[in-house]
Design a protein around this ligand. Sequence first.
Ligand SMILES: Cc1ncc(COP(=O)(O)O)c(C=O)c1O
Length: 386
Amino acid sequence: MDHSTQRFGTRAVHAGQSPDASTGAIMTPIFQTSTYFQDAIGSPRQGYDYARVKNPTREALQGNLAALENAAHAAAFSSGLAATETLLKTVLSEGDHLICGADVYGGVYRMLAQVWTRFGIQFDFVDTTNLDAVKNAIQENTRLVHLETPSNPLITVTDIAACAKLAHEAGALVSVDNTFATPFLQNPLEMGADVVMHSTTKFLNGHSDMIGGALITNSEKLSEDFAFSQKTSGSVPGPFDCWLVLRGTKTLHVRMPVHCTNAERIAGLLDRNSEVEGVRFPGLPQHPQHELAKKQMRGFGSMVSFDVGSHERANQFVTATQVFQLAESLGGVESLVSVPYTMTHGSVPPDQKAALGITPGLVRLSIGIEDIDDLVEDLEGALETL
Ligand SMILES: Cc1ncc(COP(=O)(O)O)c(C=O)c1O
């Protein structure tokens, strides 16, 4: 079936899937097999020979994710970081230069600083909200500009179309980590990006019960390269994890509006509270990229950060909340609270964190879909303990 003319919610439920050919099962089976029968040497019966290369549950997920981003191709990986690493090793060779957003998930920073630095790749962390900084950072050997918008943990918003123009003029590709926005709120390929990356662990799965990633593109060549990497490097997700994401995406369009309205209410209440400072949420009029967010996104997401002044006060706050649970990660139906300084961004050097504004008192909320009144009472109760 051609899903390109269908609306988001219909694509979310159906794209990539059709009744199982052997049984008619409406739900895509979990094809829990590593290998497939061959009628003769080199003649696999249904075109599948080994599950690292191809698996029908994974193919269904890939078809679904591509449709959600209005794209031609998607490749699923065993984690968001595995997807990011696949992107880097597909696009970059020794001597090439990468521009990476300065405010990105700490694991990406760790991968570049502690692994990729050994392989002759040059990279710069750049404030991609500043287009002059992006322009000035582009070198003759720049091959990739990697953006994260909204970013983790400072929730900054980068102009995707403007960065894509700058990068393309210089012959570089642009990738966007769309994990925080999800395809429900933002479609970077339509703004000129070449690749969209997702940690499917987060909103796409939505239930905090697996780890996964994806790369999505309209480029035939990149898609072939990503499939080659699945086969050759093997960082593929298992069929059960694919099935869990596939089940999650069916309700993405139902969950996201609740995430967004809950976050708007909470950002407003934090903004009015004297115990906290510098509330970061693109839906607030004083957010530095509020107008850009309104133009580029169809809603503001459900990630909010704010400062309580010190690590001690942050610890006091996150141990006082009851509904918001202290944990890494985000994007699940349940609300989570974390302190990026020592948690998600623990491996970013202190001077880098200080330069970015990731302070010891910064608290990050992933706002879930619980009853908003319980979430409000929980936060107000914890703020009173400060
Ligand atoms: C924005 C963002 N991108 C990528 C990742 C990495 O994804 P994963 O944990 O699935 O490897 C994370 C993880 O927190 C993230 O927040």
